[in-house]
Design a protein around this ligand. Structure first.
Ligand code: FES
Ligand code: FES
Length: 157
């Protein structure tokens, strides 16, 4: 069976006809070419696939494409504006919050949701929040520093 799904993707109204079993992450990557959203596991553990659905961070491998109907979706490609990196992206760059970069889009999307809910998170709160995001390069120390710095500059700016 196939279905029609209409939603907003990074501010643009889009729609797709997909098989009803299609995962949201598959639709985003394969139908819409937003390949910054990664797939790092098949057990819903790694967080490489985190995007925002209606303003909240979600592991897009845990949702069906059909569940996206009528929602507003933001992927990592929608975070920079007018060619300017978002302050959280800048902070990752500045504080070496990435090594191979595979986990980075999911880390940033998770971090943005954290800061939305808690604009000045402690190191402990950041570490707890990142429980669902794995970095295979184990660069956690700098990721936490980057998120702290990103939160600081988002409060200022
Ligand atoms: S690909 Fe979604 S949690 Fe790993
Ligand atoms: S930077 Fe390589 S997986 Fe995190």
């Amino acid at each position: 069976m196939s279905i029609n799904v209409s939603f907003t993707l990074n501010g643009e109204a889009v729609s797709a006809h997909v098989a009803s079993r299609t995962l949201l992450v598959e639709m985003i990557r394969e139908r819409f070419g937003r390949t910054g959203t990664h797939v790092g596991c098949d057990t819903s553990q790694c967080g490489a696939c985190v995007i925002h659905v209606d303003g909240r961070s979600v592991k897009s491998c845990t949702m069906l494409a059909a569940q996206a109907d009528g929602t507003e979706i933001v992927t990592i490609e929608g975070v920079a504006k007018n060619g300017q990196l978002h302050p959280m992206q800048e902070a990752f760059r500045e504080h070496h919050g990435l090594q191979c970069g595979f986990c980075t889009p999911g880390m940033i999307m998770s971090a943005l949701d954290l800061v939305k809910q808690n604009p000045d998170p402690s190191e402990k709160e950041i570490r707890e929040w990142l429980e669902g995001n794995l970095c295979r390069c184990t660069g956690y120390h700098n990721i936490v520093r980057a998120i702290k710095a990103g939160a600081d500059s988002m409060r200022v700016g």
